[in-house]
Unconditional design. Structure first.
Length: 412
Protein backbone atom coordinates (compact mmCIF):
# COMPACT_ATOMS: atom_id res chain seq x y z
CA UNK A 1 0.00 0.00 0.00
CA UNK A 2 1.23 3.50 -0.78
CA UNK A 3 2.20 5.41 2.35
CA UNK A 4 2.57 9.09 3.05
CA UNK A 5 6.17 8.83 4.23
CA UNK A 6 7.51 12.17 2.99
CA UNK A 7 10.86 11.12 1.58
CA UNK A 8 10.70 14.24 -0.58
CA UNK A 9 10.20 17.84 0.46
CA UNK A 10 6.56 18.88 0.35
CA UNK A 11 6.49 22.01 -1.81
CA UNK A 12 2.73 22.48 -1.71
CA UNK A 13 0.59 21.53 1.30
CA UNK A 14 -3.19 21.54 1.55
CA UNK A 15 -5.64 21.69 4.44
CA UNK A 16 -8.70 19.61 3.54
CA UNK A 17 -10.82 21.57 6.02
CA UNK A 18 -10.31 24.89 4.23
CA UNK A 19 -11.50 26.12 0.81
CA UNK A 20 -8.98 26.87 -1.93
CA UNK A 21 -8.95 30.63 -1.40
CA UNK A 22 -8.07 30.17 2.29
CA UNK A 23 -5.13 27.77 1.95
CA UNK A 24 -1.81 28.75 3.45
CA UNK A 25 -0.19 28.47 0.02
CA UNK A 26 -2.52 29.74 -2.68
CA UNK A 27 -2.66 27.66 -5.82
CA UNK A 28 -4.82 28.58 -8.78
CA UNK A 29 -7.88 27.52 -10.76
CA UNK A 30 -7.22 29.32 -14.04
CA UNK A 31 -4.25 29.20 -16.45
CA UNK A 32 -2.24 32.42 -16.77
CA UNK A 33 1.47 33.15 -17.31
CA UNK A 34 1.59 35.82 -14.60
CA UNK A 35 0.67 33.54 -11.69
CA UNK A 36 3.80 33.53 -9.48
CA UNK A 37 5.41 30.19 -8.58
CA UNK A 38 5.05 29.02 -4.98
CA UNK A 39 8.54 27.47 -5.03
CA UNK A 40 11.53 26.94 -7.31
CA UNK A 41 13.68 23.82 -7.74
CA UNK A 42 16.76 22.89 -9.68
CA UNK A 43 16.71 20.25 -12.43
CA UNK A 44 17.34 16.89 -10.83
CA UNK A 45 15.07 17.58 -7.84
CA UNK A 46 12.39 15.27 -6.46
CA UNK A 47 9.50 16.73 -4.45
CA UNK A 48 5.95 16.16 -3.22
CA UNK A 49 2.77 18.09 -4.02
CA UNK A 50 -0.47 17.74 -2.05
CA UNK A 51 -3.78 18.23 -3.85
CA UNK A 52 -7.43 18.68 -2.95
CA UNK A 53 -10.01 16.95 -5.12
CA UNK A 54 -10.85 18.85 -8.30
CA UNK A 55 -14.07 20.40 -6.92
CA UNK A 56 -12.38 21.81 -3.79
CA UNK A 57 -14.24 19.48 -1.45
CA UNK A 58 -17.74 20.06 -2.79
CA UNK A 59 -18.53 16.32 -2.96
CA UNK A 60 -19.23 14.44 0.29
CA UNK A 61 -19.03 10.78 1.31
CA UNK A 62 -22.78 10.15 1.54
CA UNK A 63 -25.65 8.57 -0.37
CA UNK A 64 -27.09 11.67 -2.05
CA UNK A 65 -26.07 13.08 -5.43
CA UNK A 66 -27.41 16.55 -4.64
CA UNK A 67 -23.81 17.74 -4.21
CA UNK A 68 -22.95 16.52 -7.74
CA UNK A 69 -26.08 18.18 -9.09
CA UNK A 70 -25.20 21.49 -7.40
CA UNK A 71 -21.42 21.70 -7.99
CA UNK A 72 -20.26 25.26 -8.56
CA UNK A 73 -18.20 24.92 -11.75
CA UNK A 74 -16.69 28.40 -11.38
CA UNK A 75 -14.39 26.89 -8.70
CA UNK A 76 -12.63 23.87 -10.38
CA UNK A 77 -10.07 22.73 -11.13
CA UNK A 78 -8.08 23.61 -8.03
CA UNK A 79 -4.41 23.24 -9.00
CA UNK A 80 -1.37 22.92 -6.75
CA UNK A 81 1.53 25.08 -7.89
CA UNK A 82 3.04 26.51 -9.96
CA UNK A 83 6.54 25.14 -9.31
CA UNK A 84 9.33 26.91 -11.20
CA UNK A 85 12.32 24.96 -12.50
CA UNK A 86 15.48 27.02 -12.42
CA UNK A 87 17.02 27.52 -15.86
CA UNK A 88 13.90 26.59 -17.82
CA UNK A 89 13.22 28.88 -20.77
CA UNK A 90 10.65 28.96 -23.59
CA UNK A 91 11.52 26.28 -26.14
CA UNK A 92 12.96 23.90 -23.55
CA UNK A 93 11.29 20.64 -22.59
CA UNK A 94 10.47 19.90 -18.95
CA UNK A 95 10.84 16.20 -18.10
CA UNK A 96 8.59 15.04 -15.25
CA UNK A 97 8.82 11.57 -13.71
CA UNK A 98 5.84 10.48 -11.62
CA UNK A 99 7.38 8.65 -8.69
CA UNK A 100 4.41 7.94 -6.47
CA UNK A 101 0.88 9.09 -5.70
CA UNK A 102 -2.19 8.11 -3.72
CA UNK A 103 -4.93 9.24 -1.36
CA UNK A 104 -4.14 10.72 2.03
CA UNK A 105 -4.06 7.82 4.55
CA UNK A 106 -6.77 7.40 7.14
CA UNK A 107 -10.41 6.29 7.36
CA UNK A 108 -11.74 9.75 6.56
CA UNK A 109 -9.59 10.34 3.48
CA UNK A 110 -9.13 6.97 1.73
CA UNK A 111 -12.20 7.32 -0.43
CA UNK A 112 -13.14 8.77 -3.77
CA UNK A 113 -16.18 9.40 -5.90
CA UNK A 114 -17.54 9.16 -9.43
CA UNK A 115 -20.30 11.48 -10.59
CA UNK A 116 -22.68 11.62 -13.49
CA UNK A 117 -23.11 15.35 -14.01
CA UNK A 118 -26.53 16.79 -14.74
CA UNK A 119 -27.01 18.04 -18.30
CA UNK A 120 -27.85 21.49 -16.92
CA UNK A 121 -24.49 21.66 -15.12
CA UNK A 122 -21.67 20.24 -17.21
CA UNK A 123 -23.26 17.09 -18.58
CA UNK A 124 -21.19 14.18 -19.83
CA UNK A 125 -20.46 12.17 -22.94
CA UNK A 126 -23.90 10.53 -22.84
CA UNK A 127 -25.73 13.46 -21.28
CA UNK A 128 -28.75 13.16 -23.61
CA UNK A 129 -29.31 9.62 -22.28
CA UNK A 130 -28.31 10.47 -18.68
CA UNK A 131 -29.48 14.04 -17.98
CA UNK A 132 -29.71 13.73 -14.17
CA UNK A 133 -27.03 13.68 -11.47
CA UNK A 134 -25.88 10.42 -9.86
CA UNK A 135 -22.93 9.46 -7.68
CA UNK A 136 -20.96 6.44 -6.47
CA UNK A 137 -18.59 6.47 -3.50
CA UNK A 138 -15.51 4.23 -3.65
CA UNK A 139 -13.50 2.85 -0.72
CA UNK A 140 -9.78 2.86 -1.52
CA UNK A 141 -7.80 0.12 0.22
CA UNK A 142 -4.24 -0.41 -0.93
CA UNK A 143 -4.40 -0.80 -4.70
CA UNK A 144 -8.09 -1.80 -4.74
CA UNK A 145 -11.34 0.12 -5.18
CA UNK A 146 -14.80 -1.09 -4.15
CA UNK A 147 -18.11 0.75 -3.87
CA UNK A 148 -21.21 0.27 -1.78
CA UNK A 149 -23.10 1.69 -4.75
CA UNK A 150 -21.71 -0.75 -7.38
CA UNK A 151 -22.06 -4.38 -6.21
CA UNK A 152 -19.73 -7.23 -7.20
CA UNK A 153 -17.03 -4.95 -8.62
CA UNK A 154 -13.45 -4.78 -7.29
CA UNK A 155 -10.44 -3.69 -9.28
CA UNK A 156 -6.87 -2.43 -9.11
CA UNK A 157 -6.74 1.27 -9.90
CA UNK A 158 -4.24 3.12 -12.07
CA UNK A 159 -3.65 6.33 -10.05
CA UNK A 160 -2.82 9.35 -12.18
CA UNK A 161 -3.05 13.14 -12.26
CA UNK A 162 -6.01 14.04 -14.42
CA UNK A 163 -4.55 17.50 -14.88
CA UNK A 164 -0.89 18.47 -15.18
CA UNK A 165 0.87 21.03 -17.33
CA UNK A 166 3.09 24.09 -17.64
CA UNK A 167 1.90 27.68 -17.77
CA UNK A 168 1.04 29.11 -21.20
CA UNK A 169 2.74 32.17 -22.66
CA UNK A 170 0.69 35.35 -23.16
CA UNK A 171 0.56 34.61 -26.89
CA UNK A 172 -0.61 31.03 -26.39
CA UNK A 173 -3.23 32.12 -23.85
CA UNK A 174 -4.59 34.71 -26.28
CA UNK A 175 -4.89 32.06 -28.99
CA UNK A 176 -6.77 29.72 -26.63
CA UNK A 177 -9.21 32.43 -25.64
CA UNK A 178 -9.86 33.56 -29.21
CA UNK A 179 -10.54 30.16 -30.69
CA UNK A 180 -12.77 29.12 -27.78
CA UNK A 181 -14.61 32.46 -27.84
CA UNK A 182 -15.23 31.98 -31.57
CA UNK A 183 -16.60 28.48 -30.90
CA UNK A 184 -18.95 29.69 -28.16
CA UNK A 185 -20.27 32.40 -30.51
CA UNK A 186 -21.57 29.75 -32.91
CA UNK A 187 -24.16 28.64 -30.32
CA UNK A 188 -23.92 30.89 -27.23
CA UNK A 189 -27.01 29.49 -25.49
CA UNK A 190 -26.17 25.81 -25.79
CA UNK A 191 -26.66 23.62 -22.68
CA UNK A 192 -24.11 22.42 -21.76
CA UNK A 193 -21.94 25.16 -23.32
CA UNK A 194 -19.53 24.53 -26.18
CA UNK A 195 -16.63 25.84 -24.09
CA UNK A 196 -16.00 27.67 -20.82
CA UNK A 197 -15.05 31.32 -21.29
CA UNK A 198 -12.72 33.18 -18.88
CA UNK A 199 -14.56 34.00 -15.65
CA UNK A 200 -13.34 36.32 -12.91
CA UNK A 201 -15.91 35.04 -10.38
CA UNK A 202 -14.24 32.63 -7.89
CA UNK A 203 -10.90 32.84 -9.73
CA UNK A 204 -7.90 32.04 -7.51
CA UNK A 205 -4.69 33.32 -9.11
CA UNK A 206 -1.99 32.39 -6.63
CA UNK A 207 -0.50 35.35 -4.78
CA UNK A 208 -1.52 37.94 -7.40
CA UNK A 209 -3.33 40.93 -5.89
CA UNK A 210 -4.95 44.19 -6.93
CA UNK A 211 -4.99 45.15 -10.58
CA UNK A 212 -2.61 42.32 -11.52
CA UNK A 213 -5.06 39.82 -10.03
CA UNK A 214 -8.05 41.41 -11.74
CA UNK A 215 -6.47 41.38 -15.18
CA UNK A 216 -5.24 37.81 -14.85
CA UNK A 217 -8.61 36.64 -13.54
CA UNK A 218 -10.38 38.23 -16.50
CA UNK A 219 -7.95 36.66 -19.00
CA UNK A 220 -7.17 33.33 -17.36
CA UNK A 221 -8.19 30.23 -19.31
CA UNK A 222 -10.54 27.79 -17.66
CA UNK A 223 -9.00 24.45 -16.74
CA UNK A 224 -11.69 22.20 -18.26
CA UNK A 225 -10.04 21.02 -21.52
CA UNK A 226 -6.67 19.63 -22.54
CA UNK A 227 -4.60 22.02 -24.63
CA UNK A 228 -1.12 22.22 -26.19
CA UNK A 229 0.56 22.55 -22.78
CA UNK A 230 -1.07 19.43 -21.32
CA UNK A 231 -3.81 20.44 -18.91
CA UNK A 232 -6.88 18.29 -18.30
CA UNK A 233 -5.87 15.36 -20.52
CA UNK A 234 -7.26 12.64 -18.20
CA UNK A 235 -4.86 9.99 -19.51
CA UNK A 236 -5.41 6.99 -17.24
CA UNK A 237 -2.03 5.41 -18.06
CA UNK A 238 -0.05 8.42 -16.82
CA UNK A 239 0.75 6.68 -13.56
CA UNK A 240 3.60 5.80 -11.17
CA UNK A 241 6.66 5.09 -13.28
CA UNK A 242 5.53 7.25 -16.20
CA UNK A 243 7.59 10.08 -17.66
CA UNK A 244 6.13 13.18 -19.31
CA UNK A 245 7.84 15.66 -21.65
CA UNK A 246 6.22 19.12 -21.53
CA UNK A 247 6.92 22.04 -23.88
CA UNK A 248 8.03 25.09 -21.90
CA UNK A 249 6.34 28.42 -22.73
CA UNK A 250 7.47 30.73 -19.90
CA UNK A 251 10.62 31.27 -17.86
CA UNK A 252 10.74 28.65 -15.13
CA UNK A 253 8.16 26.43 -16.92
CA UNK A 254 5.74 26.86 -13.96
CA UNK A 255 4.45 23.33 -13.50
CA UNK A 256 1.05 22.76 -11.84
CA UNK A 257 -0.89 19.60 -11.00
CA UNK A 258 -4.29 18.55 -9.65
CA UNK A 259 -7.44 16.54 -10.30
CA UNK A 260 -5.92 13.33 -8.89
CA UNK A 261 -7.64 10.09 -9.92
CA UNK A 262 -7.41 6.68 -8.25
CA UNK A 263 -8.71 5.05 -11.43
CA UNK A 264 -10.46 5.88 -14.69
CA UNK A 265 -11.78 4.32 -17.85
CA UNK A 266 -10.59 5.71 -21.18
CA UNK A 267 -12.57 8.83 -22.01
CA UNK A 268 -13.76 9.57 -18.43
CA UNK A 269 -17.16 9.56 -20.07
CA UNK A 270 -19.44 10.79 -17.27
CA UNK A 271 -17.39 14.08 -17.07
CA UNK A 272 -16.70 13.32 -13.40
CA UNK A 273 -16.04 9.81 -14.54
CA UNK A 274 -12.85 8.89 -12.75
CA UNK A 275 -12.52 7.95 -9.11
CA UNK A 276 -11.77 11.47 -7.95
CA UNK A 277 -9.69 11.89 -4.80
CA UNK A 278 -7.61 14.22 -2.68
CA UNK A 279 -4.05 13.07 -2.16
CA UNK A 280 -0.36 13.49 -2.91
CA UNK A 281 1.95 13.11 -5.88
CA UNK A 282 5.75 12.77 -5.89
CA UNK A 283 7.60 14.03 -8.96
CA UNK A 284 11.14 14.41 -10.28
CA UNK A 285 12.08 17.08 -12.84
CA UNK A 286 14.83 17.47 -15.46
CA UNK A 287 15.34 19.83 -18.41
CA UNK A 288 16.14 19.32 -22.08
CA UNK A 289 17.44 22.59 -23.48
CA UNK A 290 15.92 23.56 -26.85
CA UNK A 291 13.93 20.33 -26.69
CA UNK A 292 10.87 21.70 -28.49
CA UNK A 293 12.91 22.35 -31.64
CA UNK A 294 14.94 19.14 -31.32
CA UNK A 295 11.91 16.89 -31.06
CA UNK A 296 9.40 18.97 -33.08
CA UNK A 297 7.01 19.05 -30.14
CA UNK A 298 3.66 20.78 -30.38
CA UNK A 299 2.14 19.01 -27.34
CA UNK A 300 3.37 16.81 -24.48
CA UNK A 301 4.74 13.30 -24.98
CA UNK A 302 4.61 10.64 -22.27
CA UNK A 303 6.13 7.23 -21.69
CA UNK A 304 4.00 4.50 -20.14
CA UNK A 305 4.79 2.75 -16.89
CA UNK A 306 5.61 -0.92 -16.21
CA UNK A 307 3.47 -0.73 -13.04
CA UNK A 308 -0.01 -0.80 -14.55
CA UNK A 309 -2.37 -3.68 -13.73
CA UNK A 310 -2.54 -6.09 -16.64
CA UNK A 311 -5.94 -7.49 -17.54
CA UNK A 312 -6.13 -10.41 -19.93
CA UNK A 313 -9.83 -11.12 -20.45
CA UNK A 314 -12.15 -8.54 -22.02
CA UNK A 315 -15.65 -8.28 -23.35
CA UNK A 316 -15.40 -5.95 -26.35
CA UNK A 317 -18.32 -3.80 -27.50
CA UNK A 318 -18.36 -2.15 -30.92
CA UNK A 319 -19.96 1.02 -32.19
CA UNK A 320 -20.29 2.49 -35.70
CA UNK A 321 -21.09 5.90 -37.20
CA UNK A 322 -24.88 5.57 -37.28
CA UNK A 323 -26.87 7.77 -34.90
CA UNK A 324 -29.90 6.87 -32.77
CA UNK A 325 -32.30 7.89 -35.53
CA UNK A 326 -30.62 5.51 -37.97
CA UNK A 327 -28.90 8.27 -39.95
CA UNK A 328 -25.59 7.33 -41.55
CA UNK A 329 -22.63 9.64 -40.79
CA UNK A 330 -19.29 9.73 -42.57
CA UNK A 331 -16.40 8.39 -40.46
CA UNK A 332 -17.76 10.00 -37.27
CA UNK A 333 -15.73 8.58 -34.37
CA UNK A 334 -17.70 10.57 -31.77
CA UNK A 335 -20.95 8.81 -32.69
CA UNK A 336 -19.21 5.44 -33.02
CA UNK A 337 -17.69 5.74 -29.53
CA UNK A 338 -21.07 6.71 -28.06
CA UNK A 339 -22.62 3.63 -29.64
CA UNK A 340 -19.90 1.39 -28.24
CA UNK A 341 -20.55 2.83 -24.78
CA UNK A 342 -24.32 2.40 -25.08
CA UNK A 343 -23.88 -1.20 -26.26
CA UNK A 344 -21.71 -1.94 -23.21
CA UNK A 345 -24.25 -0.27 -20.90
CA UNK A 346 -27.13 -2.26 -22.39
CA UNK A 347 -25.19 -5.49 -21.87
CA UNK A 348 -24.36 -4.66 -18.24
CA UNK A 349 -28.06 -4.00 -17.67
CA UNK A 350 -28.70 -7.58 -18.77
CA UNK A 351 -26.30 -8.58 -15.98
CA UNK A 352 -28.48 -6.82 -13.40
CA UNK A 353 -26.84 -3.42 -13.17
CA UNK A 354 -28.83 -0.24 -13.58
CA UNK A 355 -27.98 1.96 -16.56
CA UNK A 356 -26.42 4.52 -14.18
CA UNK A 357 -24.27 1.87 -12.49
CA UNK A 358 -23.08 0.63 -15.87
CA UNK A 359 -22.27 4.18 -17.00
CA UNK A 360 -20.23 4.73 -13.83
CA UNK A 361 -18.35 1.44 -14.30
CA UNK A 362 -17.29 2.50 -17.80
CA UNK A 363 -16.07 5.85 -16.47
CA UNK A 364 -14.29 4.69 -13.31
CA UNK A 365 -12.89 1.20 -13.96
CA UNK A 366 -9.73 0.66 -16.07
CA UNK A 367 -11.73 0.23 -19.28
CA UNK A 368 -9.91 0.60 -22.60
CA UNK A 369 -11.37 2.62 -25.46
CA UNK A 370 -10.03 2.26 -28.99
CA UNK A 371 -10.55 3.54 -32.50
CA UNK A 372 -10.36 0.14 -34.12
CA UNK A 373 -10.97 1.24 -37.71
CA UNK A 374 -11.15 4.73 -39.17
CA UNK A 375 -10.59 4.24 -42.92
CA UNK A 376 -13.46 2.02 -44.04
CA UNK A 377 -16.09 4.41 -45.41
CA UNK A 378 -18.65 5.31 -44.23
CA UNK A 379 -18.26 3.81 -40.72
CA UNK A 380 -15.64 4.25 -38.03
CA UNK A 381 -15.48 1.27 -35.69
CA UNK A 382 -14.84 2.27 -32.08
CA UNK A 383 -14.59 -0.32 -29.35
CA UNK A 384 -14.87 -0.54 -25.56
CA UNK A 385 -12.74 -3.20 -23.85
CA UNK A 386 -14.35 -4.15 -20.52
CA UNK A 387 -12.03 -6.31 -18.35
CA UNK A 388 -14.05 -9.22 -16.95
CA UNK A 389 -11.61 -9.61 -14.02
CA UNK A 390 -13.06 -6.52 -12.32
CA UNK A 391 -16.28 -8.42 -11.58
CA UNK A 392 -16.64 -10.72 -8.58
CA UNK A 393 -18.89 -13.06 -10.60
CA UNK A 394 -19.09 -14.35 -14.17
CA UNK A 395 -20.50 -11.77 -16.58
CA UNK A 396 -19.82 -13.54 -19.88
CA UNK A 397 -22.80 -14.33 -22.17
CA UNK A 398 -24.74 -17.52 -21.31
CA UNK A 399 -22.90 -17.80 -17.99
CA UNK A 400 -23.67 -14.71 -15.93
CA UNK A 401 -26.23 -14.53 -13.12
CA UNK A 402 -28.15 -11.38 -12.28
CA UNK A 403 -26.65 -9.32 -9.46
CA UNK A 404 -28.42 -7.55 -6.65
CA UNK A 405 -29.33 -4.03 -7.75
CA UNK A 406 -27.88 -1.69 -5.19
CA UNK A 407 -28.60 1.82 -6.47
CA UNK A 408 -26.15 4.60 -7.13
CA UNK A 409 -26.76 7.79 -5.18
CA UNK A 410 -29.26 10.02 -6.94
CA UNK A 411 -30.18 13.66 -6.61
CA UNK A 412 -33.53 14.52 -5.12
Amino acid sequence: MTTMAARHEVLFKVDLSKPWNQQQALGHNRWHPDIPPVAAVNPGTSFRMECKDWTDGQIQNNDSANDVRDVDLSIPHVLSGPIAVNGAEPGDVLVVDILDMGPFPGPNTQWGYTGIFAKSNGGGFLTDRFPDAHKAIWDLEGVYATSRHIPDVRFVGIPHPGLIGCAPSHDLLARWNKRERDLIATNPNRVPPLAMAPLEHNAVMGSLQGSAYKQAAQEGARTVPPREHGGNCDIKNLTRGSRVYFPVYVKGANLSVGDLHFSQGDGEITFCGAIEMAGFIDMHVELIKDGVNKYKMTSPIFKTSPLEPRYTNFLVFEGISVDEQGKQHYLNAHIAYKNACMNAIAYLQSCGYTAEQAYIILGAAPVEGRVSGIVDIPNVCCSIYLPTEIFQRDVEPMRHSVSRQTQVASSS
